[in-house]
Design a protein around this ligand. Structure first.
Ligand SMILES: O=C(O)c1ccccc1NCC(=O)[C@H](O)[C@H](O)COP(=O)(O)O
Length: 203
């Protein structure tokens, strides 16, 4: 199965076009307060729509109010929503009534019935990520091999140099990265973005 590739932390039209031209399947737009990659819904909307009809536009949220998520997602015209943080399954189910959801889990969540319940909701796809989102720290792929959910995406410290190994270890449906694709906070490195997409495609 072809692995999907998401380039997260897009903060400009320039970087959206860069990732789309590199062949990314999805762009992430971070709306979490306090993120050094936070983008306004207006910029996300302009940049995401410019990437064309086949590139997914993912709004990224961390523990934010339900109405904030729904209003921002609408204003930014995202095509999916990524939810970080200890939000309830009811909350995830409500967001999934309006948008496809990438529900971010940490490895320690995998044993928790209430966290796993959400994965049975229609339109909700799990994404395994490190405890600190956007922190550039890889997960222990070998330790996850037996418990990695079917159809899940993988994030956490991925970049051109390790994405092939990660894909071969866990066979995720998609991969997502930000820290290792930047030349500065919120600014993409063209070389790293191209190399990441190319490496993931060739895995
Ligand atoms: O990157 C951030 O600043 C961020 C802040 C708050 C919530 C989510 C955030 N990033 C979300 C992502 O999907 C990252 O791509 C993912 O955590 C992987 O990051 P990295 O380990 O830096 O590749």
């Amino acid at each position: 199965m072809t692995v999907r590739v998401k380039v997260c932390g897009t903060t400009s039209l320039h970087d959206a076009l860069l990732s789309a031209e590199a062949g990314a399947d999805a762009l992430g737009f971070i709306f979490a307060p306090g993120s050094k990659r936070r983008v306004s819904p207006e910029v996300a909307r302009e940049a995401g729509l410019a990437a064309g009809p086949v590139v997914a536009r993912v709004g990224v949220f961390l523990n934010q109010g339900l109405m904030d998520v729904l209003r921002t997602a609408e204003a930014a015209r995202v095509s999916a929503v990524q939810l970080h943080g200890p939000v309830s399954s009811l909350y995830v189910r409500e967001v999934a009534r309006y948008h496809p959801v990438l529900r971010v889990l940490r490895p320690t969540d995998l044993g928790q019935p209430d966290m796993l319940e959400v994965l049975s909701f229609p339109g909700v796809t799990p994404m395994l990520d490190a405890p600190e989102p956007g922190g550039g720290v890889p997960l222990d792929w070998a330790a996850l091999r037996e418990v990695f959910p079917a159809g899940a995406w993988l994030a956490g410290g991925l970049g051109p140099a390790n994405v092939v190994e990660a894909i071969r270890a866990l066979r995720p449906a998609g991969v997502d990265a930000v820290s290792r694709l930047e030349q500065g906070p919120g600014v993409k490195s063209p070389e790293q973005v191209r190399a990441f997409v190319q490496a993931a495609r060739g895995a």
